[in-house]
Design a protein around this ligand. Structure first.
Ligand SMILES: *C/C=C(C)/C=C/C=C(C)/C=C/C1=C(C)CCCC1(C)C
Length: 241
């Protein structure tokens, strides 16, 4: 009995009415299921597409591991797992940049494109972390710097060098690139909205807006990690015929 009590103490109870905790819970399942889906589909693709689909699976798998931890962290402490949220992003967002590079390699994408995108994504995330966790008094300033880095990435893929390469590649690659561009422009823009929800000085005065920052981030992650991976998956399906 004594041992049983100890185990019960180790596993925090998830209250069924805790909707924030529930989105962490569903996030774990969704990321795990997506990873299994991507990994198990690998053998059906031509060699040159396998790396791209493998990276899709790695993105959701890394997220799944973080979600298992964040789910328990939330249940035990009832506060945002901000640090591990950003650890997850710092690992997965550069992998999403790698996806752009991998599909554009056909048109001769250079590694400098990859490193520039990764560089700006890290600036975006590190400054965001400072605003959310280290220097909350200046959240607006950090958010602004982060937003500038975000727009450089948006520019690169919509109008800059990545866009030119996609046009040269044409066909299915161009179509997939366009959809990924929409993910970054619309799907990624959910994150700054969540950031403004969680830091003062924006619309924190809006009472009755009973939204939680973690719910916003969890929904955005599901869209951007799983949806993004599925675009790569369908490109690989089309191109492996
Ligand atoms: C899988 C995780 C993804 C795709 C995370 C993306 C995160 C962002 C695009 C975050 C952007 C932010 C800003 C543009 C400004 C405010 C601070 C951030 C970090 C929330």
């Amino acid at each position: 009995m004594k041992n049983f009590m100890l185990v019960a103490d180790l596993v925090p109870k998830l209250d069924p009415t805790d909707y924030v905790g529930f989105t962490f819970f569903v996030g774990c399942m969704a990321m795990m299921a997506a990873s299994a889906f991507f990994f198990l589909s690998l053998s059906q693709f031509d060699k040159k597409w396998r790396t791209s689909v493998l990276v899709s699976g790695l993105i959701t798998f890394i997220a799944a591991v973080h979600y298992f931890y964040m789910r328990d962290y939330w249940a035990a402490h009832m506060e945002s797992p901000t640090f591990f949220r950003y650890v997850d992003w710092v690992l997965t967002v550069p992998l999403m940049c790698l996806e752009f590079y991998l599909i554009l390699k056909i048109a001769g994408a250079k590694q400098s494109l990859l490193w520039r995108m990764i560089g700006f994504s890290i600036i975006m995330l590190v400054t965001g972390y400072f605003g959310e966790a280290v220097d909350r008094d200046n959240a607006a300033l950090w958010g602004f710097i982060s937003g500038v880095a975000y727009f450089v990435i948006v520019y690169d893929i919509w109008l800059g060098s990545a866009a030119k390469l996609a046009k040269e590649a044409g066909g299915d690659v161009l179509a997939a690139h366009k959809i990924l561009c929409w993910f970054v422009l619309v799907g990624w823009s959910i994150y700054p909205l969540g950031y403004m929800l969680g830091t003062d000085g924006w619309y924190s005065g809006l009472h009755g807006l009973n939204l939680n920052i973690d719910v916003v981030y969890n929904i955005a992650d599901a869209i951007n990690k799983i949806g993004f991976g599925l675009v790569i998956y369908s490109l690989a399906v089309k191109s492996s015929k």
